[in-house]
Design a binder for this molecule. Sequence first.
Ligand SMILES: O=C(O)CCC(=O)C(=O)O
Length: 333
Amino acid sequence: METGKSTDVGVKDLREKLNASSKRVKRIKMDRTRFSDSSDDGEASTNSRRKNGLRSRCQDEDEDSKVSYEKDRILSDIEQYKFFRQEEIADIEDKINDVVRKADKGCFKSRTVDRAPLRVKYFFGEGYTYGKQMSGRGPGQEKLFPKGEIDEIPQWVKTLVIKPLVKHGIVPKDFVDSVVINDYQQGGCIVSHVDPLHIFERPIISVSFFSKSALSFGCKFSFNPIRTTDPIVSIPLDIGCVTLLRGYAADNVTHCIRPQDVVERRAVIILRRVKQDAPRLSYTPESQTHHRSYVQKENRGFKQRKRSKMPYFEHDDRGESSEEEVKAKRSRR
Ligand SMILES: O=C(O)CCC(=O)C(=O)O
C-alpha cells in the first residue's frame, strides 16, 4: 500500500471540491476547431482515395469516425485552466531567467541541467535518465537518478507556481515532487513521447510562459530535415495557461511540441509526482563515471555543434514513439 503519497484519487477528490467552487477557477473551454488537426488533411486524402477508387465510402466513414472518436478521447482527458495574473506570470518569468543565469554560471549540479541547442531542461527534485543517457534504450528503461544528484525544487516554484495550483484545487498539497523547466528557442521541439508510465503518477501538469505554443497529439516525427505528420489533435498553450494530462491523453497517445509551434522563445514548467516504486539508479562509482563521461562528451558535442552550424532543431531520444522512428534512427547510427 502506498503511504504518504497522494494518487490520482486524491486529485479527483480535490477536483470535486473545485467543481463545487468553480467560480474561483476559470476553465478554458478547449476550442476544438482552432488548431489544425488531422481531419482537414484526412479529408484531402480521403478524396484522393475516392478518386483512385481504392476504398469504399463505408471504409472512409469508419476511419473518419475512428479519428474523431480518438480526438474526443484525448480531449476528454485534458483540462486547462487560466488563473495566473499578468504580474504573477511576469514574476515567474523573471525567476525562470534567474535559473538560466545561475545555470550559465555553473551554480547547479551537473544532472540538473540538460543542454541541447534549441532547448535546455532544468530538473529539480527528481530527474531521470532518458534518451542517450540510457544504457538500454527505449520506453520503459528510464530510471530516476540517485537521491541528491538533482538540485532541490526552488522555493519560488513552491510559492509562485505550486501553491496557487493547490489553492485552486488542481493538485493536492505535497503532490508535486518533480519539476522540470524546458526553455525552448524558436524552432525547438520535444519529440513525440509518453511521459514514462513507470516513473510518473498522473496527472501531468504544465504551465506555459513567454510565448504561445501548441501541444500536439499523435504526431510521427522524421528527421533530417525534421518533419512531423499532422496531429490527431492539437491544443493551444497560452501564456500562463495550466494544462493537465491524464488517462488516455497521458497514457495511450504520444504528445509533442512541434518545431513550427515554437515561434519565439517559450518556457514550460512541468510538475509531476514520481511513483513510489519507480526504478532508481543506485550510487555507484560506475554510474558516476558513466554519467561524468556522458556529460563531458555531450558538452564537447554541444560546443562543437555551436562552433560549426547550429542544427535547425534538437530532439532527445525520449519516448521513441513508434517502430518507424526507432528504426529510422537506428539506421542512421
Ligand atoms: O513544452 C511542453 O509544454 C511539453 C513538454 C513535454 O511534454 C515534456 O518535456 O515532457
